[in-house]
Design a protein around this ligand. Sequence first.
Ligand code: PRP
Ligand code: URA
Length: 208
Amino acid sequence: MEVIKLNHPLVSHKLTILRDKNTGTKEFREIISELSTIICYEAMKDIKLEDVEIETPICKTKGKKLNEDNFAFIPILRAGTGMLDGLIKVMPNAKIGHIGMYRNEETLKPIPYYFKTPSNLDKREVIVLDPMLATGGSGIDAINKLKEHGAKKIKFLCIIAAPEGIKKMQEAHPDVQIYCADIDEKLNEHGYIVPGLGDAGDRIFGTK
Ligand code: PRP
Ligand code: URA
């Protein structure tokens, strides 16, 4: 599947603020949330709606509604939680799961430490959230686990993706559509995205 990248001047503007090392925690967190909402709209373009009858103050009419219960949002801890409120703003009744993993700084391999998801993953549209797709290790492992627990329909939403991570994700999970705000140049020797925005978790939570 092709990667779907947002293409909008306001997104480019917000990304520039996000990337800037002088941007503080508050603004960084707000922009992550804002971009996540926009990516969510893009990722929901193909969702199925149900026909409903309603009454406006003027007359009866037909409309379309979403069954939010069909969705599971799964942020990868920690940084993925920074994207979560941008999604629950538009779909407050979606179910939420959490996958905990962090990268070993030497090997760059993900170390899992937590897994808790809503039931019946096989019947839900599963939306995985992580701002950074770098080597792809964390996203791929998270999706492996979700598939082991029954998930069949999965989308991966991130803010910035590296070409290396996209390639690995597409090889491991060709059925998973990736949505992002931008695709960067490469990874550096420490596995960080270039130009990137630094460590997303540290910048969201102000830990460095
Ligand atoms: C970051 C990021 C991803 C991962 C991406 O998390 O949020 O989960 O790295 O890298 P990868 O594609 O090479 O696996 P990190 O391990 O820094 O943990 P944190 O969210 O707790 O800061
Ligand atoms: N994780 C981050 O937070 N940033 C990167 O550039 C790569 C992995």
